[in-house]
Design a protein around this ligand. Structure first.
Ligand code: GDP
Ligand code: MG
Length: 175
Protein backbone atom coordinates (compact mmCIF):
# COMPACT_ATOMS: atom_id res chain seq x y z
CA UNK A 1 0.00 0.00 0.00
CA UNK A 2 0.98 3.58 -0.55
CA UNK A 3 0.06 5.17 2.84
CA UNK A 4 0.51 8.85 3.49
CA UNK A 5 4.23 8.98 3.07
CA UNK A 6 6.68 11.08 1.22
CA UNK A 7 7.87 9.42 -1.97
CA UNK A 8 11.53 10.11 -2.73
CA UNK A 9 11.67 8.34 -6.10
CA UNK A 10 9.32 6.81 -8.66
CA UNK A 11 10.96 4.16 -10.83
CA UNK A 12 9.14 2.98 -13.94
CA UNK A 13 9.98 -0.60 -14.88
CA UNK A 14 8.51 -2.31 -17.96
CA UNK A 15 7.83 -6.01 -18.40
CA UNK A 16 8.36 -7.38 -21.91
CA UNK A 17 8.50 -10.79 -23.55
CA UNK A 18 6.24 -13.20 -25.42
CA UNK A 19 2.66 -13.89 -24.43
CA UNK A 20 2.10 -16.50 -21.67
CA UNK A 21 5.62 -16.43 -20.23
CA UNK A 22 4.22 -15.21 -16.89
CA UNK A 23 4.70 -11.43 -16.92
CA UNK A 24 1.31 -10.69 -15.40
CA UNK A 25 1.68 -13.33 -12.71
CA UNK A 26 5.18 -12.13 -11.78
CA UNK A 27 3.69 -8.67 -11.27
CA UNK A 28 0.71 -10.03 -9.32
CA UNK A 29 3.12 -11.95 -7.08
CA UNK A 30 5.37 -8.95 -6.50
CA UNK A 31 2.70 -6.27 -6.06
CA UNK A 32 -0.02 -8.21 -4.22
CA UNK A 33 1.49 -11.62 -3.38
CA UNK A 34 -1.14 -13.25 -5.58
CA UNK A 35 -1.02 -15.89 -8.32
CA UNK A 36 -3.58 -17.24 -10.77
CA UNK A 37 -3.32 -20.30 -13.02
CA UNK A 38 -5.91 -18.68 -15.31
CA UNK A 39 -4.01 -16.59 -17.86
CA UNK A 40 -7.25 -14.80 -18.75
CA UNK A 41 -7.04 -13.28 -15.28
CA UNK A 42 -4.72 -10.69 -16.84
CA UNK A 43 -5.86 -7.45 -15.31
CA UNK A 44 -6.53 -4.67 -17.75
CA UNK A 45 -4.56 -2.03 -15.88
CA UNK A 46 -1.46 -0.45 -17.39
CA UNK A 47 0.71 -0.68 -14.31
CA UNK A 48 0.79 -1.54 -10.62
CA UNK A 49 2.79 0.12 -7.92
CA UNK A 50 4.57 -1.06 -4.84
CA UNK A 51 6.30 1.22 -2.39
CA UNK A 52 9.45 0.04 -0.70
CA UNK A 53 12.41 1.36 1.22
CA UNK A 54 15.85 1.31 -0.37
CA UNK A 55 18.76 2.83 1.53
CA UNK A 56 16.35 4.73 3.81
CA UNK A 57 14.61 6.29 0.80
CA UNK A 58 10.97 5.68 -0.10
CA UNK A 59 10.85 4.28 -3.62
CA UNK A 60 7.63 3.79 -5.51
CA UNK A 61 8.07 1.06 -8.12
CA UNK A 62 5.67 1.56 -11.02
CA UNK A 63 5.68 -1.72 -12.93
CA UNK A 64 4.13 -1.72 -16.41
CA UNK A 65 2.59 -4.81 -17.93
CA UNK A 66 1.70 -5.40 -21.58
CA UNK A 67 -1.94 -6.26 -22.12
CA UNK A 68 -1.98 -8.40 -25.25
CA UNK A 69 0.54 -6.24 -27.10
CA UNK A 70 3.14 -8.99 -27.19
CA UNK A 71 3.33 -9.34 -30.95
CA UNK A 72 6.59 -8.12 -32.44
CA UNK A 73 6.67 -4.32 -32.70
CA UNK A 74 3.12 -3.99 -31.32
CA UNK A 75 4.31 -2.42 -28.06
CA UNK A 76 4.09 1.34 -28.47
CA UNK A 77 6.84 3.82 -27.61
CA UNK A 78 4.59 5.28 -24.87
CA UNK A 79 5.05 2.00 -23.04
CA UNK A 80 8.83 2.46 -22.91
CA UNK A 81 8.78 6.22 -22.27
CA UNK A 82 10.46 7.16 -19.01
CA UNK A 83 11.36 3.58 -18.10
CA UNK A 84 14.48 3.25 -15.97
CA UNK A 85 14.30 -0.53 -15.78
CA UNK A 86 13.10 -3.45 -17.91
CA UNK A 87 12.50 -7.10 -17.27
CA UNK A 88 12.87 -9.32 -20.32
CA UNK A 89 10.84 -12.39 -19.43
CA UNK A 90 10.93 -15.82 -21.08
CA UNK A 91 9.36 -19.15 -20.14
CA UNK A 92 12.17 -21.64 -19.47
CA UNK A 93 9.93 -24.46 -20.73
CA UNK A 94 9.43 -22.71 -24.10
CA UNK A 95 12.64 -22.44 -26.11
CA UNK A 96 11.03 -20.07 -28.60
CA UNK A 97 10.27 -17.52 -25.89
CA UNK A 98 14.02 -17.47 -25.09
CA UNK A 99 15.03 -17.29 -28.76
CA UNK A 100 12.83 -14.19 -29.07
CA UNK A 101 14.73 -12.38 -26.30
CA UNK A 102 17.23 -10.94 -28.82
CA UNK A 103 14.56 -9.12 -30.77
CA UNK A 104 12.74 -7.93 -27.64
CA UNK A 105 16.08 -6.55 -26.49
CA UNK A 106 16.63 -4.86 -29.84
CA UNK A 107 13.19 -3.28 -29.68
CA UNK A 108 13.78 -2.19 -26.09
CA UNK A 109 17.14 -0.63 -26.91
CA UNK A 110 15.56 1.17 -29.85
CA UNK A 111 13.02 2.88 -27.58
CA UNK A 112 14.52 3.18 -24.15
CA UNK A 113 17.04 5.42 -22.45
CA UNK A 114 20.60 4.16 -22.93
CA UNK A 115 21.14 3.85 -19.16
CA UNK A 116 18.11 1.60 -18.61
CA UNK A 117 18.80 -1.33 -16.26
CA UNK A 118 17.77 -4.61 -17.86
CA UNK A 119 17.18 -7.96 -16.23
CA UNK A 120 16.66 -11.24 -18.09
CA UNK A 121 14.14 -13.48 -16.31
CA UNK A 122 13.71 -17.22 -16.92
CA UNK A 123 10.29 -17.83 -15.37
CA UNK A 124 8.47 -21.06 -14.41
CA UNK A 125 11.49 -22.68 -12.73
CA UNK A 126 9.00 -24.80 -10.75
CA UNK A 127 8.54 -26.82 -13.99
CA UNK A 128 12.08 -28.22 -13.80
CA UNK A 129 11.22 -31.47 -15.61
CA UNK A 130 10.03 -29.48 -18.64
CA UNK A 131 13.04 -27.18 -18.84
CA UNK A 132 13.93 -26.32 -22.45
CA UNK A 133 16.53 -23.59 -21.78
CA UNK A 134 19.69 -24.56 -19.88
CA UNK A 135 20.74 -21.99 -17.29
CA UNK A 136 24.10 -21.63 -19.06
CA UNK A 137 22.45 -20.55 -22.35
CA UNK A 138 20.59 -17.76 -20.57
CA UNK A 139 23.66 -16.80 -18.53
CA UNK A 140 25.76 -16.58 -21.66
CA UNK A 141 23.21 -14.35 -23.41
CA UNK A 142 22.90 -12.15 -20.33
CA UNK A 143 26.67 -11.80 -20.01
CA UNK A 144 27.12 -10.98 -23.69
CA UNK A 145 24.37 -8.34 -23.57
CA UNK A 146 25.31 -7.00 -20.14
CA UNK A 147 22.02 -7.91 -18.43
CA UNK A 148 21.26 -9.11 -14.94
CA UNK A 149 19.83 -12.63 -14.96
CA UNK A 150 17.59 -14.57 -12.61
CA UNK A 151 15.40 -17.68 -12.72
CA UNK A 152 12.01 -17.27 -11.05
CA UNK A 153 8.71 -18.97 -10.32
CA UNK A 154 5.67 -16.73 -9.92
CA UNK A 155 3.78 -19.87 -8.89
CA UNK A 156 6.09 -20.83 -6.04
CA UNK A 157 7.27 -17.30 -5.34
CA UNK A 158 10.89 -18.24 -6.04
CA UNK A 159 13.21 -15.25 -6.56
CA UNK A 160 10.36 -12.89 -7.49
CA UNK A 161 10.96 -10.44 -4.66
CA UNK A 162 14.72 -10.79 -5.12
CA UNK A 163 14.51 -10.08 -8.85
CA UNK A 164 12.49 -6.89 -8.39
CA UNK A 165 14.62 -5.76 -5.45
CA UNK A 166 17.81 -6.36 -7.42
CA UNK A 167 16.73 -4.28 -10.41
CA UNK A 168 15.29 -1.49 -8.23
CA UNK A 169 18.41 -1.35 -6.08
CA UNK A 170 20.61 -1.17 -9.18
CA UNK A 171 18.44 1.64 -10.60
CA UNK A 172 18.81 3.48 -7.30
CA UNK A 173 22.56 2.89 -7.33
CA UNK A 174 23.12 4.44 -10.77
CA UNK A 175 20.76 7.44 -10.63
P1 GDP B 1 1.81 -13.26 -19.70
O1 GDP B 1 1.02 -13.43 -20.96
O2 GDP B 1 3.27 -13.18 -19.97
O3 GDP B 1 1.31 -12.11 -18.87
O4 GDP B 1 1.62 -14.60 -18.86
P2 GDP B 1 0.65 -14.89 -17.59
O5 GDP B 1 1.18 -14.21 -16.39
O6 GDP B 1 -0.74 -14.58 -17.98
O7 GDP B 1 0.86 -16.45 -17.40
C1 GDP B 1 0.56 -17.36 -18.46
C2 GDP B 1 0.26 -18.73 -17.86
O8 GDP B 1 1.42 -19.24 -17.22
C3 GDP B 1 -0.84 -18.69 -16.79
O9 GDP B 1 -1.60 -19.88 -16.89
C4 GDP B 1 -0.06 -18.65 -15.50
O10 GDP B 1 -0.80 -19.18 -14.43
C5 GDP B 1 1.14 -19.51 -15.85
N1 GDP B 1 2.33 -19.15 -15.07
C6 GDP B 1 2.85 -17.90 -14.85
N2 GDP B 1 3.93 -17.96 -14.08
C7 GDP B 1 4.14 -19.26 -13.80
C8 GDP B 1 5.13 -19.98 -13.05
O11 GDP B 1 6.06 -19.42 -12.45
N3 GDP B 1 5.01 -21.35 -13.00
C9 GDP B 1 4.00 -22.01 -13.63
N4 GDP B 1 3.97 -23.35 -13.53
N5 GDP B 1 3.04 -21.38 -14.35
C10 GDP B 1 3.12 -20.02 -14.44
MG1 MG C 1 -0.17 -10.71 -19.32
Amino acid sequence: GDYNQKIDYVFKVVLIGDSAVGKTQLLARFARNEFSMDSKATIGVEFQTKTLIIDNKTVKAQIWDTAGQERYRAVTSAYYRGAVGAMLVFDMTKRQSFDHMARWLEELRGHADKNIVIMLIGNKCDLAALRAVPTEDAQEFAQRENLFFMETSALESTNVETAFLTILTEIYRII
